[in-house]
Design a protein around this ligand. Sequence first.
Ligand SMILES: [Fe+2]
Length: 476
Amino acid sequence: MLNTIQTDPLTCRSKDLPTALRSSALNGPFEGRAAVEGRIPDWLRGRLIRTAPAVFDLDDWHADHWFDALGMLYSFEIGGDGTVHWMQRLLECEFNRSILRGSNELGAFGTRSRRSVMQRVFHPTARSTDNANVNIRPNGRHWIAMTETERQLTIDPHSLKTAAEVRFTDALPSELLVGAHPHDDSERKELINIGVHYGARSGLIVFSQAYGSTARREIGRVPLRRVPYVHSFAITRTKIVLILAPYDLRPASLLWSKRPISEHYRWSPENGTRIVVMDRGSGKCAEHQGPPFFFFHTVNAFDLDHGAIRLELLAYADASVIRQGMLMSDIRRDGLPFLTPNLRRITVDPNRADFRMETVGPAVGFEFPMIHYARANGRPHRYVWGSDLSRLVRLDTTTDDATNRSLDDVTFGEPVFVAHPEAIEEDDGVLLTVGSSSVTQGSEMTIWDARTLDILARITVPIAIPLGFHGGFESR
Ligand SMILES: [Fe+2]
């Protein structure tokens, strides 16, 4: 057993943080048996694991950007008898250890490092962080925790301890900023991901990786003069779809700098947004130019006739959500940012230099898109679910009708879809959300019927789990 809760788990040095970002992670690790209200479906057995930025303030260190808080892992394991065991542990990584002992030499997205002049002279750019607080997904016996650098961590799902840092065994550049939203091709038993390499010859590299392998195979690459922030991408059965928003940096500005990487990005709407469609077999690329927008998450993409593709993503008018909206000074003053991008439906025709785009909404602004991934990724889909932090949203993309539900006192993010094992319809399954309560001071995992958005069960725990970004569920 880990620590039982002996001290006040809600002890928090950040009194002015929004309730949704409070965390007990610093006092842990914790674990226990959760209280279950309602009925967990008999077929729903397995483990939800998520990662989150959790510790924003120490006595002598403060995260300046949401992305830079010390990472934390937590899990909800639904056992065979329907009981739920939960666990929370501060991420075991070099970044967290360094910050906790008063040092801070690794780079971060939006928080200044404490690199000395000499360190900057001999190492013109900071070493990358391993604070893998963006996403975590299963990979064989272990799970892989990810951030947006070349560093990933192998996590033991039973203890949430770090087993090792991932060591890639291939010839790709060692300083490759690897994305935190890999795609999973279960037919080919491989992951597909992107990596940004910046330097004298910057580029975006697309690669595949067989399940369990540490050797990546390059599929193709896109040379870059300016290096855009690319948080996610899409795949179809035949293509890889890269969206390059005009929020980019010039690599030379990073040299010898003490400023975090986020301060080197510029929003340049005059450059518009580029969509690069790469053939999955040959790596050959075609480029298409369109109006500027910013985005974090694609929803899906699929092939149309005659080589065209349809792409759906959640777009913001500009990059202010990541520049000002996620700075901790702004969050302390104004609260959490409005994460209500609009669904954009984009058609890319191989015979045109531009792309066509329509906006669905504006009544359906939400983030953290979720589809029935195993069935629909890369293929036409009907349903997408998401959250705007206060509401769970379900959108029928054939009619563009949206429904939503909320919990009175709980702020939650990404809904994780778990399909019924014998699902016939695309929406036959449940959604799992996790959020902290402003009333009980604890947190809960909520189980929703994905079709009706009715609440099936509320699983409560006596710890503060801050709003995070991504995670996954492994059935058993
Ligand atoms: Fe994300």
